[in-house]
Design a protein around this ligand. Structure first.
Ligand code: NIG
Ligand code: FE
Length: 415
């Protein structure tokens, strides 16, 4: 039936809005005391105080959930992950603990290409089963929409395999999966360091195929020193746009490289990481309407300086946060850790963090019209916390407070 009313919420956080919030607006999360939300046929039909909502609907048509004493929020949107991969890189993580930099591991023939080898060797059905488990874990953290990237194939065949796995999981699993083609993640060994030739291969062979049958919607590139240059990134992204892809970038993660400025020039939906982005690059992103997606779990894992969230928000940027779940730089999909780092180390308020993990994250994957807030007409994606206030999210740090997850008007998880 997919008809549910969640009523009597001590705090109903709506994150109300249909497009990203910039700067100051990010602190406005639309809290309703003693709030309720009604979902019919999977879509939100009423939001307000419990009295208002109950007066608008015929209660007989609904399953009722009583959220007395609890905080209720929109489902979280994890707008940047690489969750389909074979194998693991626990040795590299431990070398990093001993002081070896991430880029040194990559430049000496390890890193991403190790996951490429393992992903090529893992069957499609095994990747599907691994992916399903990972989605279940995301769900338990309150994530209802997730973006997933290819990029551990680096040949058309394996890139398509990763995308097919995500497409099938999107059909079979309750979570929504937004798919991104990221063939430009590293240059595979068979190209012997000829990155220009690899970019041409991606443009000629992979790009046309990876958007067929709705396999992917976005194209992303790892723009970084010794990975893909600004010129190579621009060439690839412009070609992708010609094919109908929406654009994203990994930008200015390790060194200041001009990635943020390129994102602004191309008006990409988001540019992500931005640890080393320049003031001018960030302000240009703001003016272009490009979301700054920050990935503090990766900075934590790499022991790097965090992105300058305060500078961005204080200067009017739209900030999102995401996990970056991947086998190398950030092997965690922990939303509690993400919230702790966003607030305690990146200096974001809890309200800004909630906007960054709901509405702004939805905008980063072009879904702000359908998810990311509790507004009439949007999908009935709602989470209930085992806590009386959203302020417990950073306060009770490191602990998963999610008690119930409703997706498209159906309870898909109950602790
Ligand atoms: O977002 N920076 C590039 N890509 C991923 C890491 C991928 C990996 O290490 O396997 C990231 O951090
Ligand atoms: Fe990433």
């Amino acid at each position: 039936m997919n008809n549910i009313i969640i009523k009597n919420a001590k705090e109903l956080v709506t994150s109300s809005g249909f497009k990203a919030k910039f700067g100051e607006e990010m602190k406005d999360i639309g809290v309703i005391e003693n709030g309720a939300v009604a979902i019919k046929d999977g879509k939100i039909v009423a939001v307000g105080t419990t009295d208002e909502v109950l007066s608008k609907v015929n209660q007989d048509e609904y399953e009722i959930i009583d959220a007395t004493g609890k905080a209720v929020l929109p489902g979280f949107v994890d707008s940047h992950t690489h969750f389909i991969f074979g194998g693991y890189r626990q040795d590299e993580f431990n070398w990093r603990l001993e002081g070896v930099p991430y880029m040194d591991i990559m430049n000496s023939g390890g890193g991403i290409v190790n996951s490429v080898r393992d992903t090529r060797e893992t069957s499609e059905s095994d990747l599907y089963e691994i992916g399903k488990k990972r989605l279940n874990s995301m769900m338990e953290f309150g994530v209802t929409t997730v973006e997933g990237k290819s990029g551990y194939g680096l040949d058309t065949e394996t890139e398509l395999k990763q995308l097919r796995v995500m497409k099938k999981l999107d059909e079979d699993h309750p979570l929504d999966i937004v798919r991104t083609f990221m063939g430009a993640h590293a240059t595979p060994k068979e190209f012997n360091g000829d990155t220009d030739a690899f970019v041409d291969y991606l443009i000629e062979d992979s790009l046309p195929k990876a958007i067929e049958d709705n396999l992917s919607e976005f194209c992303d590139v790892f723009t970084e020193e010794n990975v893909f240059s600004i010129e190579q990134s621009r060439k690839l992204l412009l070609a992708a746009r010609e094919h109908g892809y929406k654009l994203k970038m990994h930008a200015d993660e390790i060194v200041q490289f001009g990635g943020a400025a390129l994102a602004a020039e191309l008006k990409t939906f988001s540019a992500d990481h931005l640890l080393a982005a320049s003031d001018e690059g960030l302000l240009a992103m703001r003016d272009a309407g490009t979301v700054c997606t920050l990935l503090p779990c990766t900075a934590f894992s790499l022991k790097a300086d965090y992105a300058r969230a305060r500078f961005m928000i204080d200067n009017g940027c739209a900030v999102a946060v995401a996990t970056d779940f991947n086998p190398g730089s950030c092997y965690t999909n922990s939303i509690p850790l993400l919230i702790a780092l966003s607030t305690i180390y990146m200096g974001m308020t809890v309200e800004e963090t909630i906007t960054a993990l709901t509405l702004n994250a939805a905008q980063a994957i072009d879904r702000a019209d359908v998810v990311g807030s509790l507004d009439e007409g949007k999908k009935g994606d709602v989470i209930i916390l085992d806590a009386p206030s959203y302020k417990f999210l950073p306060y009770n740090f490191g602990v998963n407070l999610v008690e119930t997850v409703v997706k498209d008007g159906q309870v898909i998880y109950n602790k």
